[in-house]
Each structure stands twice: as structure tokens, then as C-alpha cells.
Design a protein around this ligand. Sequence first.
Ligand SMILES: [Zn+2]
Length: 86
Amino acid sequence: MVWDVTFTCDICGKSKGEANHWWMAALGAVPCFEENGSTDTRQQRFTLMRWSRADSQTPDMYHLCGQGCAMQAMERFMTEGVIELQ
Ligand SMILES: [Zn+2]
């Protein structure tokens, strides 16, 4: 099996190999969130999903090499509001 696209973990930088216990995460807005007039522009929703070959190529998707990095991504979201630190 040949990988035509190489993925790296957005938390630790590890390259994806044959192992298939990777996860994906995406941030998004909560529908109707604007109703309270908040000017907070940070993403409000953290979505975690199992690896899918098709969805993994979506530009806004974060790639996570396992449970540990998935937990760390959620922790960053809860404390910083982002997954990738600047
Ligand atoms: Zn990782």
C-alpha cells in the first residue's frame, strides 16, 4: 500500500505510517452563537472524529497520531482556544 499524501501529527509532528489509530479534530462555530451579541471570534466547538481517508484531506482538519495527542489537542482548545500554538 502506497500513501500518496503524507500526514504529520499536528501536536507532536510524528509522520503517519501504516498504523491506523489516528484521529482527526476540527474547530467550528456553534450555530446561532451570534444571538448573545458576543464579539468573541474564537472557534467555539471542538469536534473529534475517527480517521477517515476522505475527510483527512479537508484543509481545516487537524491530524492526531493517537489518544495522547487527541487529549492534548482538546486541552489546548480548552485553555488557549486553539489547537496549534503559535
Ligand atoms: Zn502526535
